[in-house]
Write a protein that binds this ligand. Sequence first.
Ligand code: P6P
Length: 333
Amino acid sequence: MARFVTIGEHLIKNQEGFPFATGGLTHLISSIRLAGKIVNSEINKAGLVDDIIGKLGSTNIQGEDQQKLDVYANRIFKDALEARAEVCGIASEEEDDFVAFDDQACKDGNYVLLIDPLDGSSNIDVNVSIGTIFCIYRRISPRGEKAVLGDFLQKGREIVAAGYIVYGSSTMIVLSTGQGVHGFTFDPSVGVFYLSHENLTFPEKGNIYSVNEGNYPFFDDQTKSYLKYCKEHDPATNRPYTARYIGSLVSDFHRNLIKGGIYLYPATTLKPNGKLRLLYECNPLAFLAEQAGGLATNGKTNILDMQPTALHQRCPLIIGSPSMVKEFESYIN
Ligand code: P6P
C-alpha cells in the first residue's frame, strides 16, 4: 500500500498524462474532500448531538422522508462546491430542480456535479454505514452563462470523474477520473485521506449476491429464476451464493467491489423502473464499476448508454463482477 499519498498528490501525479489538465478537476475534487470531512464529523456524533438525527418532517421530490442529516449534507456539499467555483451548477437528490449558481466565477466553471449527498440515510439512526455518491461532467452550455438542464442530462459515458464516500468503520473516498479506481482512507488524527486501495478491481467472479428478497413476489419470472439459481446447491459453481444486503447501496457496492459479487435492484410490479436514480446513483457507480473491470445494466442496456430524460428518473440496477452480471443477463435475455 502506498504510504502517505494524499488525494491531491495522487490526482496531480495522474494529471501528468493530461497536458491540458488545468487543475480545475483537482480543485473541484478537493472541495468534495473538504465537504466529506465535515459531513463525516457530523455523522460520527449523530446520536450524541441533539437534533441532527431523525426525520425532518419534510419529504424530498421522491416523496421520501428527509432525514436531518440528508438536508445538512446537501447544504455542506452545495456550499463547498459553490465556494470553489469550478462547477456552474449541481443536481441533487435533495433538490427538486438543478441549482445553477449565480456567481460569475461559478458561471465561468467548466463542470457540473450530480450528487446523492447521503444515500441510505434511513440507516443513520441504527448506526449502519451510509454514503455520498457523485459524478462530474464537463458542461455543454457556453462557459460564462448559467447552467442549463442539458448540462445534467448527459449519458453516463460522458462522465469525467465519479466517486463515493463511505462513512463506515473507516471513512473512505473511492474515486475515478478515468484512470482506474482508487480508494483513500481518512486518518482522523491528521484529517487527511491517504491512498489505501490503489487500482481497485472487481474480482471476475464472486459468490455474493445483494438483493432485497422481500421484493421477491414483485419480481418478474426471469429475475425469480436467476435468484433461484443463486440459491441452488452446486459445489462445482460455488453455489449457493452468499446473501449479503446492508440496505445501503454504497456499502453493498463497496463490499462487492472488494470481495466480488453482484448487487441487484431490479424492476418490480410496484416499481416498474426500480427504485434507484439514474443520474446520481446508477451512473456514478456504473462509471466506477466499468473503470474497475465490472459491469452495470438495467437488465436490457448498459447503464452508461442510457439517455437521461429527467433529473430524478429511476432505473433498475444490476451491477458488479462481470461474469456475475453476464450470468444475470443470460436469464433476462
Ligand atoms: P430497499 C437506500 O434507501 C437505497 O437508496 C439504497 O442505499 C439501498 O440499496 C436501497 O435504497 C434499499 O432499498 O427497498 O431494499 O429498502
